[in-house]
Ligand binder design. Structure first.
Ligand code: GLU
Length: 375
């Protein structure tokens, strides 16, 4: 069996805590004793010099009970209102729990755009880095009060993976009410087996993720596998572990049941990581076989090698790059709007000024703005 990583070997750890762990669904309050035990575990790693980041769910679950909202799915306005109420208590609880170990907490609320748009992403990253420099622990959640359906993650599994990639963490732990990935649904299949290590997220692994989610948490196994793809592509090892025990991190360290998703050993550079993990490419660029060869040998994508454009993207957006056979060769940040790209495709870079009326970049997607499959 492949050896499992040790938490004590990581230098920057992101821990995602699911709502069902933090919020008592019957009493409606926070499970403070459980949280204190988790923070004891975090403090061990902080003390040995590791950076600690927390992605905490629970604002909606907490707020809804304070506001007396009914059980079941909430309307968007109601979940936004619930988050507004719950987030205050959530942040205070984390600040107090971390504070009791002498660790300062800093609250960061992000939306999808803060991780998907490069300028905002750089800004959020700089703030988090500054907090970590000062040995503070960022406590992160989605900004649910302003996120509308089109622009929200909705689940903190993928959010946590994007954050882990953004800050070049080396480990992400998803704590929830499941203890790992099973070969089949354990509730219905007696032959279901927990996988202790997943060396690579294959189609077969993806097929093992059902859609199940508990009442309080949004993300089922599916969003956890999505998170594993984002994290492992970005050079981050990821574990799914049961958080329902006291001291869940210590339990992982002691060899308790969990599933580790391993990242291949050569981590890509931070810019390329961010591009490779982009959640919502805005369009497609189809290229010819000559251009595909050029890209694989490390060249930029020139307009001459582009055969087709799809989607209404803007300059700077992330687009998929497809081979003549339709396969995805990579992703990149495009230097032109869709309309302009359509005008210059198939043409020599020398003609760009004549066609568009200004001298744009020679490359449609520059080498540094591109992440190919194997990178
Ligand atoms: N951001 C949501 C909250 O804090 C949670 C999303 C999730 O459960 O994954 O309530």
């Amino acid at each position: 069996m492949t050896e499992t990583p040790k938490l004590s070997a990581f230098r920057r750890i992101v821990v995602k805590v699911g709502s069902s762990l933090l919020v008592d669904s019957k009493a409606g309050g926070l499970k403070e004793a459980w949280l204190d035990a988790l923070v004891d575990d975090l403090a061990v790693h902080h003390k040995r010099g590791a950076d600690i980041l927390v992605v905490s769910s629970g604002s909606i679950a907490l707020g809804r009970s304070v506001l007396g909202l009914p059980k079941g799915a909430l309307k968007l306005e109601d979940s936004q209102a619930a988050a507004a109420v719950g987030q205050i208590a959530l942040a205070r609880t984390w600040a107090e729990a971390l504070g009791s170990h002498g660790i300062t907490a800093g609250q960061i609320l992000v939306t999808l755009w803060d991780t998907e748009e490069r300028r905002r992403y750089l800004n959020a990253r700089a703030t988090i880095e500054r907090l970590l420099d000062m040995r503070a622990a960022p406590v992160i959640n989605e900004n649910d009060t302003v996120a509308t359906s089109e622009i929200r993650y909705g689940d903190n599994d993928r959010l946590a993976a994007r954050v882990a990639a953004m800050v070049s963490a080396d480990c992400l732990v998803l704590l929830s009410d499941v203890d790992g990935l099973y070969t089949a649904p354990p509730a219905t299949d007696p032959k279901a087996r927990l996988l202790p290590v997943v060396p690579r997220v294959t189609a077969e692994i993806e097929a093992m993720a059902g859609g199940a989610a508990s009442e309080l948490s949004r993300g089922g196994m599916r969003t956890k596998i999505e998170a594993a793809k984002i994290a492992t592509t970005a050079g981050v090892h990821m574990a799914i572990a049961d958080g329902r025990v006291a001291h869940p991190l210590k339990r992982i360290e002691d060899g308790g049941r969990c599933t580790w998703f391993l990242t291949p050993s050569n981590p890509v550079t931070s810019r390329k990581k961010w591009i490779a993990g982009s959640l919502e490419p805005k369009g497609v660029v189809r290229i010819d076989s000559g251009a595909a060869k050029a890209l694989l040998s490390g060249k930029s994508l020139l307009p001459a090698g582009v055969k087709g454009i799809e989607g209404g993207f803007n300059r700077g957006d992330c687009v998929l790059i497809r081979n003549p056979d339709g396969g995805e060769i990579g992703r990149g940040l495009i230097a032109y709007d869709a309309g302009e790209a359509a005008q210059i495709m198939g043409r020599s870079s020398r003609d760009i000024e004549k066609i568009l009326g200004y001298s744009g970049r020679a490359a449609m997607i520059h080498r540094d703005d591109m992440a190919l499959g194997g990178e």
